[in-house]
Design a protein around this ligand. Sequence first.
Ligand code: 13P
Ligand code: ZN
Length: 270
Amino acid sequence: MKDILTAPFVEEMKRTTANMYRLGWDERNGGNISMLLDEAQVAEYLDLNKVIRTIPTGFKADMLIGKIFIVTGTGKYFKNVEFDPANNLGIIRIAADGTTAELLWGYSDGGRFTSELPAHLMSHMARLKVNPENRVILHCHPTYTLAMNYVHELDEKKFTHTLWETCTECMVVFPDGVGVLPWMLCGTNEIGEATAKKMEEFRLVVWGLHGLYGAGKDIDEAFGLVETVEKAAQLYMISAHLPRINTITDDQLREIAEGFGVKYREDFLN
Ligand code: 13P
Ligand code: ZN
């Protein structure tokens, strides 16, 4: 059996959490990541018959029975993951009852998965229905996106439009737009259900006055989506109070979409 600490998916979680921490997206224990793993690949590193302990999830995830995820731990700091992955990360499998997580590795101090597991697993289910290739759900508190939440209407058409017109790349990277939820109590099944509902339409979901979710077939896609929103939000926040002389027009946004051959939310243009 190979050493789990050398597994590419553990390496990738280490690299990504460190990156996100240094970008300032994940203060203290802020943020969480879950990545669906390939069972055969995990079996190279772990005995899949050995369950360390079971942890109830508090909701049913029938579609994910038998599926294995690597998930950041609750209360754990992203800045520490690279130095102690076995404590800050866990590998769980959804048990046959659909409501229990079987711990296969990690959370070595007796900890458990992120408090946002409902939003993660429910979003995985929603995205897998749209795209069977989806593997990653990622949540963080990117500074400028969050700042924008306080000064911009929390309306998904208007929010998306502002991001699109702020940065040429946005229409190419997220032509499907950004879903927006109002402020809700985090860590609950309710916010999980609301997030998953948005994930049927969007790969990006703003949690009003809290943070951002991104989904993708791999970390690069989910991370790249968040990164592009955050870049546009930064441009917005450093320029919104200044007189605006130039902007990307709706006709130009259409031209970008046509030029890059992307299917976009036409109803989000004026
Ligand atoms: P966890 O520490 O439980 O992952 O929570 C962090 C967070 O960002 C809550 O939304
Ligand atoms: Zn959060």
